[in-house]
Structures are given as C-alpha cells and as structure tokens.
Design a protein around this ligand. Sequence first.
Ligand code: CA2
Length: 144
Amino acid sequence: MTILVLNGPNLNLLGQRQPEIYGAETLADVEASCRRMGGELGIEVRCAQSNHEGQLVDWIQEARGTARGIVINAGAYTHTSVAILDALNAFDGKVIELHISNVHRREGFRHHSYLSARADGVIAGFGTHGYVLSIRHMAFLLAP
Ligand code: CA2
C-alpha cells in the first residue's frame, strides 16, 4: 500500500526560516519521519515537494492508480487553488489536508481552504508532528 505526502510552495524552507511558526525540523527530517512511520505500519510513503501548482496537479493525477491516499500540505495554494481541488476530486483514494500552523489563529485569508471540501480530514496546528499523525490516521482509514 502506498501513500503520497505532498508539500507545496516554500515548504522546502522548513527549518531554515520562521521556526517560531513552522518549527525547527527540515523538510528532509519530516519526510524521513513519515517514511519511518509508514515502515512501522507496513505502508510505503512517497514524498514530494514543489513550488509549482501545475507540478502538484500532475503528481495528484499520477497518484490515481498508484497511491491509496494523499496527505497534502498545499501551502498558500490551499487558499487559492481550484486546480488542486479539481485534481483531488479526480482522485478516488483518501485525502488528508495538513497545515503545520493553526491557520485559524492567523490572518483571515488563511481561514478558507479550497481543499477542505474534498479532504476526508484536516489537521492543523500540530506543528510538524502533524505529518506522522496524518500517516497514522491514513493507515486507520485504509485498514481493511
Ligand atoms: O501552516 C501551514 O502548514 C501552511 O500550509 C503553510 C503555508 C501557509 O501559506 C499556509 O497558510 C499554512 C506557508 C508555507 C511556508 O513555509 C515556510 C516554511 C519555513 C520558512 C518559510 C516558509
């Protein structure tokens, strides 16, 4: 069983800037934790990050037929992208939307997500720990 963990724009900077908001772990740390948790659960976790909306759409399309679930932190595209919503709507598996920060405690423009209407669950404000929690929950959702 394969799960895809997708990260959007600027999340490649994790651990390098704004640690007070996004924590001290790097994206490589987070991805390694996700793969480790997947290993414990008998799940293959594939990770990818892009700053480009179309690339994220391409990966979501490719996940059709190859992955049973997608964990996505679409970054700022969360609040703007109908294209990513449409791609997720064409994906038959489970979807978890993830935010490192508690977007509801931040600026008003972060309070609306185009992706939440498709997500099976939303996790926000748990810091980078949210990623391993989302892998655990995905395993629960996909259990036979
Ligand atoms: O809290 C989250 O995970 C966000 O998805 C992060 C996005 C933001 O636009 C969303 O509203 C909430 C921004 C990602 C920026 O990532 C950085 C990480 C480290 C340093 C600078 C930016």
